[in-house]
Design a protein. Sequence first.
Length: 132
Amino acid sequence: MTTTNRTVISREQFLQPVKAKPLDVAVPEFGAGCVVPVWPLSAKEWTQFQSEQQGKDGKPNAKAKLVRERLVVKCCRDDYGVPLFTSDDIAAIGEQNCGIVERLVNAALQVSGITSQDVEELAKNSDATQPA
Protein backbone atom coordinates (compact mmCIF):
# COMPACT_ATOMS: atom_id res chain seq x y z
CA MET A 1 0.00 0.00 0.00
CA THR A 2 1.44 3.36 -1.02
CA THR A 3 0.76 6.57 0.80
CA THR A 4 0.91 10.05 -0.62
CA ASN A 5 1.98 13.21 1.09
CA ARG A 6 -1.04 15.25 2.02
CA THR A 7 -1.21 18.78 3.39
CA VAL A 8 -4.48 20.44 4.26
CA ILE A 9 -4.16 24.14 3.64
CA SER A 10 -5.48 26.75 6.02
CA ARG A 11 -8.24 29.23 5.33
CA GLU A 12 -5.63 32.00 5.21
CA GLN A 13 -3.58 30.11 2.62
CA PHE A 14 -6.63 29.47 0.47
CA LEU A 15 -7.77 33.09 0.56
CA GLN A 16 -4.41 34.38 -0.69
CA PRO A 17 -4.78 35.02 -4.42
CA VAL A 18 -2.79 32.65 -6.61
CA LYS A 19 -0.74 34.62 -9.10
CA ALA A 20 -2.35 34.17 -12.50
CA LYS A 21 -0.09 32.74 -15.18
CA PRO A 22 -1.06 33.23 -18.80
CA LEU A 23 -0.66 30.56 -21.44
CA ASP A 24 0.98 31.72 -24.67
CA VAL A 25 -1.05 30.44 -27.61
CA ALA A 26 0.83 30.25 -30.88
CA VAL A 27 -0.77 32.05 -33.80
CA PRO A 28 1.62 31.20 -36.64
CA GLU A 29 -0.93 32.54 -39.10
CA PHE A 30 0.37 36.01 -38.17
CA GLY A 31 4.05 35.09 -38.43
CA ALA A 32 6.71 32.93 -36.83
CA GLY A 33 6.84 33.28 -33.07
CA CYS A 34 3.55 35.21 -32.79
CA VAL A 35 1.53 34.43 -29.66
CA VAL A 36 -1.54 35.61 -27.80
CA PRO A 37 -1.27 35.39 -24.00
CA VAL A 38 -4.44 33.81 -22.60
CA TRP A 39 -5.11 34.55 -18.94
CA PRO A 40 -7.25 32.49 -16.56
CA LEU A 41 -10.52 33.84 -15.23
CA SER A 42 -11.00 34.10 -11.49
CA ALA A 43 -14.10 32.53 -9.96
CA LYS A 44 -15.61 36.01 -9.72
CA GLU A 45 -14.86 36.76 -13.39
CA TRP A 46 -16.42 33.43 -14.47
CA THR A 47 -19.55 34.13 -12.43
CA GLN A 48 -19.77 37.60 -13.95
CA PHE A 49 -19.23 36.17 -17.44
CA GLN A 50 -22.06 33.67 -16.92
CA SER A 51 -24.41 36.34 -15.59
CA GLU A 52 -23.64 38.59 -18.57
CA GLN A 53 -25.07 35.85 -20.79
CA GLN A 54 -28.44 36.07 -19.00
CA GLY A 55 -31.23 38.58 -19.13
CA LYS A 56 -33.06 39.97 -16.11
CA ASP A 57 -35.42 37.00 -16.23
CA GLY A 58 -32.49 34.62 -15.71
CA LYS A 59 -32.79 33.16 -19.21
CA PRO A 60 -29.89 33.35 -21.68
CA ASN A 61 -29.86 36.46 -23.83
CA ALA A 62 -28.58 37.11 -27.34
CA LYS A 63 -25.05 37.68 -25.96
CA ALA A 64 -24.77 33.96 -25.21
CA LYS A 65 -24.78 33.22 -28.94
CA LEU A 66 -21.34 34.85 -29.14
CA VAL A 67 -19.95 33.11 -26.08
CA ARG A 68 -16.67 32.08 -27.71
CA GLU A 69 -15.95 35.57 -28.99
CA ARG A 70 -16.76 37.03 -25.56
CA LEU A 71 -14.47 34.52 -23.87
CA VAL A 72 -11.63 35.61 -26.18
CA VAL A 73 -12.27 39.24 -25.17
CA LYS A 74 -12.22 38.31 -21.46
CA CYS A 75 -9.09 36.14 -21.49
CA CYS A 76 -6.74 37.51 -24.15
CA ARG A 77 -4.47 40.08 -22.53
CA ASP A 78 -0.97 41.37 -23.01
CA ASP A 79 1.95 40.38 -20.79
CA TYR A 80 0.83 42.90 -18.16
CA GLY A 81 -2.77 41.69 -18.03
CA VAL A 82 -4.19 44.54 -20.12
CA PRO A 83 -7.01 43.31 -22.39
CA LEU A 84 -6.09 43.02 -26.05
CA PHE A 85 -9.72 43.37 -27.15
CA THR A 86 -12.89 45.18 -26.12
CA SER A 87 -16.53 44.30 -26.55
CA ASP A 88 -16.41 46.44 -29.71
CA ASP A 89 -14.18 43.74 -31.24
CA ILE A 90 -16.64 40.85 -30.78
CA ALA A 91 -18.02 40.98 -34.33
CA ALA A 92 -14.52 41.14 -35.85
CA ILE A 93 -13.37 38.21 -33.70
CA GLY A 94 -16.38 36.29 -35.03
CA GLU A 95 -15.10 36.88 -38.57
CA GLN A 96 -11.63 35.55 -37.70
CA ASN A 97 -10.43 32.10 -38.76
CA CYS A 98 -12.29 29.53 -36.67
CA GLY A 99 -9.14 27.53 -35.96
CA ILE A 100 -7.45 30.54 -34.37
CA VAL A 101 -10.48 31.44 -32.26
CA GLU A 102 -10.99 27.84 -31.11
CA ARG A 103 -7.32 27.61 -30.13
CA LEU A 104 -7.76 30.70 -27.95
CA VAL A 105 -11.06 29.46 -26.50
CA ASN A 106 -9.59 26.04 -25.68
CA ALA A 107 -6.63 27.71 -23.96
CA ALA A 108 -8.97 29.98 -21.97
CA LEU A 109 -10.95 26.95 -20.83
CA GLN A 110 -7.77 25.06 -19.93
CA VAL A 111 -6.13 27.81 -17.86
CA SER A 112 -9.42 28.74 -16.16
CA GLY A 113 -10.45 25.19 -15.33
CA ILE A 114 -13.73 25.59 -17.22
CA THR A 115 -15.10 22.69 -19.21
CA SER A 116 -16.19 22.95 -22.81
CA GLN A 117 -19.56 21.63 -21.59
CA ASP A 118 -19.95 24.77 -19.44
CA VAL A 119 -19.52 26.96 -22.52
CA GLU A 120 -21.72 24.72 -24.68
CA GLU A 121 -24.46 24.94 -22.06
CA LEU A 122 -24.40 28.74 -22.22
CA ALA A 123 -24.63 28.67 -26.01
CA LYS A 124 -27.21 25.86 -26.10
CA ASN A 125 -29.52 27.64 -23.67
CA SER A 126 -29.28 30.72 -25.83
CA ASP A 127 -30.35 28.76 -28.91
CA ALA A 128 -33.34 27.37 -27.03
CA THR A 129 -34.59 30.84 -26.11
CA GLN A 130 -34.24 32.44 -29.54
CA PRO A 131 -37.31 32.69 -31.80
CA ALA A 132 -37.26 30.45 -34.85
